[in-house]
Design a protein around this ligand. Sequence first.
Ligand code: GSH
Length: 121
Amino acid sequence: MVGFIRRALGEIIIFFDWVFSPHKVERSETEQNQIEQQLEALTLYQFRGCPFCIKVRRTLKRLSLPMQLKDAMSDPEARNELDIGGGRVKVPCLRIEEGNGVRWMYESNDIIAYLEQRFPS
Ligand SMILES: N[C@@H](CCC(=O)N[C@@H](CS)C(=O)NCC(=O)O)C(=O)O
């Protein structure tokens, strides 16, 4: 029953997210291509109906960041990667490949602050 209510709420939030979709930042083609190259080092682990994940996905949309998304609810491989790599199955989590390793960033507000600072609008 709790699961059903949670899923229903998730669908309602997804609907409102779709209705009130954020405006996208516009960049020159060159600038956008450079950003998309940098995005190859980033992956967002998330659940479709999780409100914190929807908040981060809205930021991705607003900042025009077509990042790879992995659904850690429906994709067992993604769930396992998150569990082993990040240390727990909690979403959203941003996987950041850096020069000397991989960083797993939890907490939607931290992820949003990181994206806004790295890809300013
Ligand atoms: N404060 C966290 C909350 C994230 C959160 O509660 N996510 C839920 C899904 S909506 C989750 O992953 N729960 C599993 C857990 O906490 O182990 C954020 O803002 O990212």
